[in-house]
Design a binder for this molecule. Structure first.
Ligand SMILES: Cc1cc2nc3c(=O)[nH]c(=O)nc-3n(C[C@H](O)[C@H](O)[C@H](O)COP(=O)(O)O)c2cc1C
Length: 388
């Protein structure tokens, strides 16, 4: 059984929705598990006004009863608190006055505005912006929170940290995952390196003053994954490929790599491949983890280390040149309320998106009707690997 997911909702519509189908029955799940992740996504130095308006809270409207999943589709709903100000503009019923109100004809470079308008034949680019907006990542996080819950119950833990922002690099300390989680949770820019934090905040302030925006790089680490998730037998079953697609699908993500990433192309093989070792207690392991826990499209049993590159936010308060789609005259791009940087928030999105893909592959490889059975099967599989 694979998990099927669908998200819906416009940025200024009444609400956002996600449906998850294929979750096992009997898995503990509370709205608080999801709200915690939604709150993490809303944090981060450099975010714009919207985060102050929205305190996202989920409503679970199907698939859970008395704190346990039923095996039926789980529906998650997050209301947009700003809806009252947008009702006329965004109403489903025809309303010519409302339609004219916040019309957009100056597409923003680097956004979906222009091509989306051309492709779907829209005279108002708001029709594109409303769905292409990163507001959608709210539901990717809500779904990811459910996936993280499943992983946690199976003994699998995740962490996300910013490794660079606006050209300022942050180190990744060699510390237990729980300490990295704590350090990043306490950081305004989700780093585990306090010196870098100060420099990053300086860079964000300078960019904001200049009306500019910043991107960065993010690392997600996942520990205690059993070896053999994914497969080498067919290209679309390779887990590294699936993870890369999931991460690239996050708004503004432009590159994905594993382990030591781009550096892997510059080093000789002797410094790249992770040598194999074996001991009675743990079974097979590797001396190093340059490859980030992926070999042949499968988890190796070492921690998964996956890196993402986020470009700078495309909406600039010092707007870039564009062309009016009616007059074809040069104009300045529309400015919708916007962030200076969203790299710390995007780290939370990436962590949840990675968790979702891992929950999907676990549901495919193990029996996923009953959560207790899934847990037993994963435990038995781990034991088999240990003795192999
Ligand atoms: C968490 C998050 C927040 C974002 N916030 C903004 C924003 O405030 N303004 C903006 O123009 N783009 C923002 N973006 C990026 C755009 O949504 C994205 O660049 C756009 O949808 C075009 O997609 P592409 O960059 O993948 O081609 C954000 C992205 C993420 C992941």
């Amino acid at each position: 059984m694979t998990l099927r997911l669908l998200t819906a909702g416009e940025s200024h519509g009444p609400e956002l929705t996600a449906i998850i189908e294929g979750l096992p029955a009997g898995m503990p799940l509370a709205a608080a598990d999801i709200d915690r992740e939604l709150a993490r996504r809303q944090k981060g130095y450099g975010r714009g006004g919207r985060m102050k308006i929205e305190t996202d809270q989920v409503k679970i409207t199907s698939g859970v009863r008395h704190g346990l999943t039923l095996g039926s589709p789980v529906t998650l709903v997050v209301e947009n608190h700003d809806w009252k100000n947008w009702e006329k503009v965004m109403n489903a019923a025809p309303n010519p006055e409302g339609a004219a109100k916040r019309r957009i004809t100056h597409p923003r470079p680097g956004h979906a505005d222009l091509v989306g308008g051309m492709k779907y034949d829209f005279a108002d680019l708001r029709n594109v912006l409303e769905r292409s907006s990163a507001r959608e990542t709210t539901m990717r996080v809500a779904v990811g929170a459910v996936a993280k819950k499943m992983l946690h119950e199976l003994g699998i833990e995740t962490a996300a940290l910013v490794t660079s922002l606006g050209g300022v690099a942050a180190s990744v300390p060699e510390r237990p995952l729980a300490e990295i989680q704590q350090l990043t949770e306490e950081s305004a820019v989700r780093v585990a390196d306090p010196e870098a934090e100060e420099a990053m905040i300086g860079a964000i302030d300078a960019a904001k003053k200049a009306g500019d925006t910043l991107g960065g790089t993010i690392r997600v680490i996942v520990e205690n994954l059993p070896a053999g998730l994914g497969s080498y037998v067919e290209w679309d079953r390779k887990l590294d490929a699936r993870l890369a697609m999931a991460v690239i699908s996050i708004n503004a993500f432009k590159a994905v790599s594993f382990g030591e990433g781009n550096q892997l192309g510059e080093l000789p093989g002797s410094l790249v491949q992770d040598e194999i070792v074996w001991d009675k207690t743990h079974g097979y392991s590797r001396k190093t983890n340059h490859l980030g826990g992926m070999e042949g499209g499968m988890t190796s049993g070492m921690p998964l280390v996956i890196n993402g590159v986020m470009k700078p936010i495309p909406t600039l308060y010092k707007p870039l040149d564009t062309v009016d789609i009616e007059t074809k005259e040069v104009y300045q791009a529309t400015v919708e309320r916007s962030d200076t940087t969203a790299v710390p928030a995007a780290a939370v999105v990436m962590e949840n998106v990675v968790a979702t893909e891992l929950a999907k592959v676990l549901s495919e490889q193990f029996s996923a009707d009953s959560f207790e059975r899934l847990k037993r099967e994963v435990a038995a599989y781990r034991m088999t690997l240990q003795n192999w």
